[in-house]
Design a protein around this ligand. Structure first.
Ligand code: ZN
Ligand code: ZN
Ligand code: FE
Length: 761
């Protein structure tokens, strides 16, 4: 009998050209047999006279796997089989469980790009060119299995030529579900503000012309609409900021290539690689001093968010026309990205809408990442996880749990646990908007349908009023409530494969989360594991007069902290130069004293706001995190020096360390009043926070023995804070973990909730 092997490959191996890849390899090695997809992955029966050839064949399949695939495991065994005469691809078998292997959306590949600009190619200048290695995936799937009739491409009847490419195992477009060409596929349409169709023979030229004239274009992309504008045109940018009601939040820039990008930003090799990675995220990078773009692209910011073209249309617009373009998500303030062809809403902001007839079934925003230095190495951090990364998943050993976790509220995501895999959804947004809440429910429905998912358990935040938590509470399945900062800690532990028996110190610094004592936590040192925790230390509480509104009115929070530090209002008035009037201060003092709408918090996010407002760098925050970003960027140094810090007090009561910053604030105000630059004050303040972290961790280690530290919470998106904390703790013998693939902000909460449930046994 001829030796035959059955090979099983699992992971993202379907819908990515894996079978044709195996087919080609088999042919080149002279192997006989067949390949097919089933519920578990790709199965190969490989027959050869020589075992060594089969081994080489397996090596080649895995080493040279298709760009979009991600192999989780490869196993093989010897089986008995009849003699095969050739190698073939046979149709899929199974019940349709294979849905969990839908690949993410992918950037247009090099080969397609070449064809796009080849006048002899039948897809020359065709904005919807794609192949097995590229194009939309997750955003066009409506149901499983991932086949053309179950995508939004089902509306397009393939032409004869496309059909023959689709059916030819040796063609790059074999089973490429979104396959299309100018004679059978989607096309662009342009509308003006009167909803008149002004499409021309070559719409891309018209788009270029409109952009050059200073118009704002809403352009349909992969996961939703973008707003595009010429970044040299200050008037157009001002118009965009006014219509979008977006004062200062930076806009992203789109480039054709890394080389073009380098005329405007300073890039390291690592950042070049991030930009070029298949996910094509937005990368936050330092601006060059000498760039000539309009200041309104990213006002008061030392960074640009930049990304490389990822759709054929991006290349068509940019090529030889623009060095770069502003390309920002089209959404009404605080609402999710617009992905339906809602011309009325789009044209409130844009002058023209460029749409097409390939429907987007699920939205995805552009993802955001950045470089961080840790342990003297280049690492990265994910700030928003969406297009390109979703629906990639983590594997877990627990096969029995079917769980939905619904995350937090401000940076909402949901998470599914099923069949031993953990899948975090795309970034959804702030659920306090009805539209976002509707999207949240749509995402859950979509995941349920796509993965035949019926959760048996649901996990949510402890917060009594979180919209996501109340959604979960109304479901008729067993509910598990997870404390917000514990979820942060579990998310970081999961990503770093920390085992169930390790006790860690979880340093969780963020904006706000509901604490077990009913107060707003956010400056926490937790001690524990996936299952349980104690609060080992925290920043001392301070009041937030005005409650939720204080997220923007940070001047008022600064007043509250100075009042606490001085102990009397006259001293505050005498020493602090601020835009608040004396009457206002008296009013806020009353609110605090009588405890009217002045909840207590330990939030480090707010503490950064306070310092920014005390020294007058930022008194009103127009977008989340703005004051902290301005404060961080005020400091030119990236080198941490613990000797250059402000005084603070750590006391011990009720089995907890309590950190008081009263002295810190007074010293900061004093420095500001003697004219010390914000650069130095900010640097000293950052050093102070790192020093506090170090002191507290050492105290906890001495008492409790824990030596592993996990970092999470939005404040660790502060590069200086993250890098310096890792460096200092590392030097003192701690094992430090942070989040790379999942965001440190509330985007990770649903993941952490899932981790808590999974590993609480
Ligand atoms: Zn391609
Ligand atoms: Zn065609
Ligand atoms: Fe949080």
């Amino acid at each position: 009998m001829t030796p035959t092997f059955k090979i099983k490959i699992t992971g993202i191996v379907q819908g990515v050209g894996f079978r044709p890849h195996v087919y080609r390899c088999a042919r080149s090695f002279g192997i006989k047999g067949y390949v097919f997809n089933n519920d578990e992955g790709v199965i190969v029966h490989a027959q050869s006279e020589h075992e060594t050839i089969v081994k080489k064949f397996i090596q080649t399949i895995t080493d040279k796997s298709p760009a979009l695939s991600k192999i989780d495991s490869v196993s093989f065994e010897k089986i008995d089989a009849k003699k095969y005469s050739d190698f073939s691809i046979i149709s899929s078998e199974g019940s349709g469980q294979r849905g969990h292997v839908i690949p993410p959306d992918a950037f247009v590949c090099d080969e397609c790009c070449e064809e796009l600009f080849d006048p002899n190619n039948r897809r020359y200048l065709y904005p919807f060119i794609n192949c097995m290695h590229c194009g939309p995936r997750y955003t066009i799937v409506k149901d499983i299995p991932y086949d053309r009739p179950n995508t939004t491409m089902h509306e397009f009847q393939m032409c004869h030529e496309c059909q023959s490419e689709y059916e030819n195992p040796l063609d790059r477009r074999f089973h490429a579900q979104p396959i299309a060409c100018p004679s059978c596929g989607p096309e662009l349409t342009i509308y003006d503000r009167d909803f008149e169709n002004i499409t021309t023979d070559y719409p891309v030229l018209k788009m270029v012309e409109l952009l050059k004239e200073g118009n704002i274009l809403a352009v349909k992309g992969v996961g939703g609409y973008h707003l595009m504008v010429d970044p040299y045109n200050t008037d157009a940018l001002r118009k965009l900021r006014e219509r979008k009601k977006r004062d200062e939040k930076p806009f992203c820039l789109l480039f054709e290539s890394v080389e073009k990008c380098e005329s405007f930003c300073e890039l390291t090799d690592f950042e070049r690689a991030l930009l070029n990675s298949p996910e094509r995220p937005i990368v936050l990078v330092p601006k060059l001093d000498s760039d000539d773009l309009s200041e309104l692209v990213a006002p008061n910011n030392t960074n640009y968010g930049v990304m490389l073209a990822y759709t054929p249309l991006h290349y068509l617009i940019l090529k030889n026309n623009f060095s770069c373009l502003v390309c920002t998500s089209a959404n009404v303030t605080d609402r999710p990205i617009i992905y339906e062809d809602d011309l009325e809403t789009l044209l409130q902001v844009a002058d023209y809408a460029v749409t097409h007839n390939r429907k987007i079934h699920t939205f995805t925003d552009d993802s955001i990442v950045r470089l961080v230095k840790a342990w003297d190495k280049n690492e990265y951090q994910t700030i928003r996880r969406s297009r390109g990364y979703v629906p990639k998943r983590l594997v877990c050993s627990n096969n029995n749990i079917e769980l939905l976790s619904v995350g937090a509220e401000l940076k909402s995501t949901v998470c599914m646990v099923k069949n031993g895999s953990i899948m975090l959804s795309q970034y959804i947004g702030d659920l306090k908007n009805l539209e976002t809440y509707n999207s949240f429910k749509e995402v859950i429905q979509h995941i349920k349908k796509l993965y035949k998912f019926e959760p048996k358990l649901v996990a949510c935040d402890l917060h009594p009023d979180f919209i996501s938590a109340n959604y979960a509470r109304e479901l008729d399945i067993p509910l598990i409530e997870v404390q917000h900062h514990h979820a942060h800690m579990c998310a970081c532990m999961l990503e770093n494969n920390i085992d169930q028996n390790t006790n860690v110190i979880g340093i969780i610094f963020d904006g706000m989360g509901y604490g077990t004592d009913g107060k707003i936590w956010g400056g926490e040192f937790l001690l524990g594991n996936y299952k349980e925790f104690t609060r080992a230390a925290h920043f001392d509480y301070f009041p937030l007069p005005g409650g939720d509104a204080s997220r923007k009115k940070i001047n008022i929070v600064a007043f509250a902290c100075l009042l606490k530090a001085y102990g009397n209002i006259d001293e505050v008035m005498k020493n602090w130069k601020t835009s608040l009037t004396e009457e206002e201060m008296v009013l806020y003092q009353k609110m605090i004293d009588t405890n009217i709408n002045s909840p207590l918090t330990s939030s480090v996010g707010r503490i950064f706001d306070v310092v920014s407002a005390i020294i007058g760098l930022c008194r009103f925050s127009s977008y989340e995190g703005q004051a902290a970003i301005i404060l961080e960027q005020a400091m030119k140094s990236s080198h941490c020096d613990l000797n250059e810090s402000y005084p603070y007090l750590i006391s011990f009561q009720n089995d907890q360390y309590l950190i008081s910053l009263n002295e810190t604030y007074l010293s900061i105000l004093n420095d500001a009043n003697i004219g010390l630059s914000p650069e130095i004050i900010s640097w000293r303040f950052h050093n102070t926070i790192v020093k506090i972290i170090n002191d507290v961790c050492i105290l906890i280690r001495e008492r409790k023995g824990a030596n592993s530290v996990v970092l999470s919470g939005g404040c660790f998106q502060n590069k200086f804070l993250l890098e310096s904390t890792i460096q200092v703790l590392n030097k003192n013998g701690f094992k430090v973990y942070f989040q790379r693939d999942y965001p440190a902000n509330d985007g990770c909460i649903s993941l952490g909730q899932a981790a808590h449930v999974l590993y609480s046994k």
